[in-house]
Design a protein around this ligand. Structure first.
Ligand code: ADP
Ligand code: MG
Length: 370
């Protein structure tokens, strides 16, 4: 039996509009951290609010340890919620914020338990400060201590790191993951940040237009995306049309290996770091030769745009492959391209547009993150 089971949750806000959440199903083991990842407006918060009991589903069920909690009010579900904006009491000290959440415990043990929880989140020295005297990351850890104080079965985190600046976000994320794992706490993290989902979660569900489009380990959703949406939302991807013949496909890039093996017309995705560039002798442009259009130094890698056969490809290489624009190169896949099911496209990647005319161009801002 799963610790949490979400079964076909559906929610309409307006009868004529498409559902905000559309038959969302997934399971969660005890101690597992699951991510719901997707662009703004895809239904992540609504899903979380239905699990917490703040929103009533039109249909579907929510089982905690095999028992339906769908009819229970939020306070009876034993589910903790950590909000994006921390929601601390501004006029209570850090310690009292946590003590307040322990109101069900005997008065004599509250302060001691609150101190233990603050020690767990590394805020012993800050316990007598007021929330405004803390950094955003520290406030988020108080919020977590306060949520843990209620001894929930499950913690729901709605974009909890998005108000933190980049450096603090990374360390807070690491701390919170360690804390959840030490407490063997099951959790669901909602985020629009793919790096966060990949690094923080054991399992990730990629949401698109109210539905979960793919659910799997971070590695599998990144390396084996099933749809063009998933391929593009999880970083950059070169998408190409081609004709499959078993384990290879004929594409504008030439005949390249594909997974899984199939036959007939296909749309495939090749990650920029799964391509190698081989320099060709200047002047020679034999078959398979492209040209570097641009070079962007990004510290940890170099990003090239390479033109070949009227299409442009994006390629990430390490520091050993340093090429200037205009250099003739051969584009060589280092891994098989992944065959996709076609669905809506989003705009996080370079698409070899000339080779897939029926796919609309990315509209800037269409999938802007909240
Ligand atoms: P996300 O958290 O992924 O950004 P939400 O779950 O907040 O998405 O919203 C999903 C969709 O439902 C959006 O189109 C949003 O406008 C709509 N929505 C959310 N809450 C309400 C509400 N209380 N009333 C009407 N529409 C809502
Ligand atoms: Mg949201």
């Amino acid at each position: 039996m799963k610790h949490l089971e979400v079964q076909a949750l559906t929610k309409h806000f307006a009868p004529t509009a498409p559902p905000a959440v559309d038959r969302v199903s997934f399971g969660l083991e005890q101690g597992e951290i699951l991510g719901l990842l997707g662009p703004s407006g895809c239904g992540k918060t609504t899903t979380l609010r239905m699990i917490a009991g703040f929103e009533r589903p039109d249909s579907g069920d929510i089982l905690l340890d095999g028992r339906s909690v769908a009819a229970l009010p939020p306070e009876k579900r034993r589910i903790g919620f950590v909000f994006q904006d921390y929601a601390l009491f501004p006029n209570r000290s850090v310690l009292n914020n946590v003590v307040f959440a322990l109101h069900r415990k005997d008065r004599s043990v509250r302060t001691e338990r609150a101190r233990e929880l603050l020690a767990m989140v590394g805020l012993t020295r800050e316990q007598n400060r007021m929330p405004y005297e803390l950094s955003g990351g520290q406030q988020q850890r108080v919020a977590l201590a306060r949520t843990l104080a209620a001894e929930p079965e499950l913690i729901l985190l709605d974009e909890p790191f998005s108000n933190l600046d980049a450096a603090l976000r990374e360390s807070t994320r690491r701390d919170v993951r360690t804390l959840l794992k030490c407490a063997e706490m099951s959790a669901i993290l909602v985020t629009h940040d793919q790096e966060e989902a990949l690094g923080f979660c054991d399992t990730v569900g990629v949401m698109h237009a109210g539905a979960i489009e793919q659910l799997g380990s971070p590695e599998s959703i990144y390396l084996q995306p099933e749809t063009s949406f998933v391929a593009q939302f999880l970083g950059r991807a070169n998408l190409m049309r081609g004709h499959a013949r078993g384990e290879v496909a004929d594409t504008d890039l030439g005949t390249i290996p594909i997974v899984p093996a199939t036959e007939g017309p296909v749309l495939v995705s090749l990650r920029p770091e799964h391509i190698e560039l081989n320099r060709l002798t200047p002047g020679s442009t034999p078959d398979g030769g492209g040209e570097i259009v641009s070079r962007e130094f990004r510290g940890h890698d170099l990003t090239y745009r390479v033109r070949f056969n009227r299409a442009e490809y994006i390629v990430h290489t390490d520091f050993t492959c340093d090429l200037t624009p205009g250099t003739p190169v051969r584009i060589v896949p280092r891994r098989p391209a992944v065959v996709l099911r076609e669905t809506g496209l989003c705009g996080r990647s370079v698409v070899a547009l000339s080779s897939i005319p029926e796919i609309p161009r990315w509209i800037p801002g269409q999938y802007a993150s909240a």
